[in-house]
Ligand binder design. Structure first.
Ligand SMILES: Nc1ncnc2c1ncn2[C@@H]1O[C@H](COP(=O)(O)OP(=O)(O)OP(=O)(O)O)[C@@H](O)[C@H]1O
Length: 388
């Protein structure tokens, strides 16, 4: 131990609190259960970062550590250059919006929204200004005197967000804010959140969801987390990138299958020519076809998984195809038709093709699929050849 003990730094509301830096952050519950490790992230002011990942991978835990509701077991969390591991939640300049609205049922919308400011002993003039400003932003002005029970689910969620906005935090944390809403309302509220973010370009937001459409549409960058127990305790963060980066250039089969719906098809196969582009042959394929991804000489002959997104699959009559199979199920959705092929082995995921438009009846037919070289992914030992 060296130097005098220092009181934890206090971050005052109204200060610029926006850049977050996580360095080697780890979480171990009860001294035993390792949930997160090696979390390294730089979050810039104004970003909307979305944490996605399978159930139980630690998304909420990470958010709660940032909020100060959960102790950080290892590493540091900095907010604007200041380590805040031991700064209490109320002094971090952060507001958290939970999935359950947690509104006080006996208080009106106005009372709910101003509650924290009353506790903080703000003047009535300040409180009124903050509440009407937030209500306007959230289109709640006409509901200010209603009780929560007289509001729809989406309106209640907006009140919950309003309670954060009045405190003028610089960082907003959202923990699955839409998960209690029905499908139509989810879409409407998602669009509202996107608009809200546009109105507050300075605010930093971190958003947890397992809805990948939310992630793709809202995020400036997505952080894909993987459960430690599932990846042999190697890493928590699988990949960080813009939605399109993750969609177009996933670094691993895990990310490739996590982003995009239906999930990317993975076809076992082999590399048959290497170089600036790579020639591959799937076990189910008729001939060879090309991926725009480069490969090294020692990749020659390697067993790989060839990734083709359902929407990148194209029908081919030619001798060189990636996959041929019998259509088992066909879903005509209007703008696209989904073809589900008969599984090659009982444990294999079904291959899916998403073809544009309404197709004639394919059920029972044998169809050959291929893809443009720029859309063919190659994974060796689970990792993309692009990232080496
Ligand atoms: N207080 C606790 N003590 C021990 N283990 C815990 C505790 N809280 C959470 N965990 C475990 O930590 C892991 C991560 O939980 P967390 O809620 O952060 O996951 P998540 O990714 O948000 O999951 P979901 O998507 O299902 O909400 C889980 O395996 C969970 O069982």
């Amino acid at each position: 131990m060296s130097g005098p003990l220092q009181a934890p730094a206090k971050i005052r509301e109204g200060e610029t609190v926006a850049n977050l830096k996580l360095t080697d952050v780890a979480k171990v519950y009860g001294g035993q259960v390792e949930v997160l490790k090696d979390i390294n992230l730089d979050i810039q002011q104004g970003e909307l970062i979305v944490f996605v990942g399978p159930s139980g991978c630690g998304k909420s835990t990470l958010l709660r550590m940032i909020a100060g509701l959960e102790k950080i077991s290892g590493g540091t969390l900095e907010i604007d250059g200041q380590v805040v591991n031991d700064v209490p939640p109320s002094e971090r300049g952060i507001a958290m919006v939970f999935q359950s609205y947690a509104l006080y049922p006996h208080m009106t919308v106005r009372e709910n929204m101003q509650f924290a400011l009353k506790i903080a002993k703000k003047s009535q003039a300040e409180i009124d200004a903050a509440v009407s400003h937030a209500a306007e932003k959230l289109q709640l002005t006409e509901y200010l005197d209603r009780l929560p029970k007289a509001l729809s689910g989406g309106q209640r969620q907006r009140v919950a967000i309003g309670r954060s906005i009045v405190r003028d935090p610089k960082v907003y944390l959202f923990d699955e804010p839409l998960s209690n809403l029905d499908a139509a309302l989810r879409v409407a509220t998602r669009i509202e959140i996107a608009q809200l973010k546009e109105q507050m370009p300075e605010s930093t937001m971190i958003y947890v969801t397992h809805d990948q459409v939310e992630a793709m549409t809202l995020a400036s960058r997505i952080v894909v987390l993987d459960a430690l127990k599932d990846n042999g305790h190697k890493y928590s963060i699988a990949q960080v990138g813009t939605p399109l980066e993750l969609y177009e250039t996933p670094n691993s089969e895990f990310v490739a299958r996590f982003i995009g719906s239906p999930a990317m098809n993975l076809l076992p196969g082999e590399i048959v020519a290497t170089g600036e582009t790579t020639t591959v042959k799937t076990d189910a394929g008729g001939g060879t076809f090309v991926s725009a991804i480069p490969s090294k000489a020692d990749d020659m002959g390697a067993k790989v998984n060839i990734g083709i997104r359902p929407e990148d699959a194209v029908e081919t009559e030619g001798p060189d195809y990636a996959f041929a199979g019998q259509v088992e199920v066909e879903e005509r959705l209007g703008e696209v038709t989904l073809l589900y092929f008969k599984r090659v082995t009982p444990e294999a995921d079904p291959v899916i093709a998403k073809l544009p438009g309404i197709h004639p009846n394919h059920r029972g037919q044998r169809i050959q699929l291929t893809a443009d070289p720029s859309k063919v992914h190659i994974f060796r030992n689970g990792m993309s050849l692009l990232y080496r």
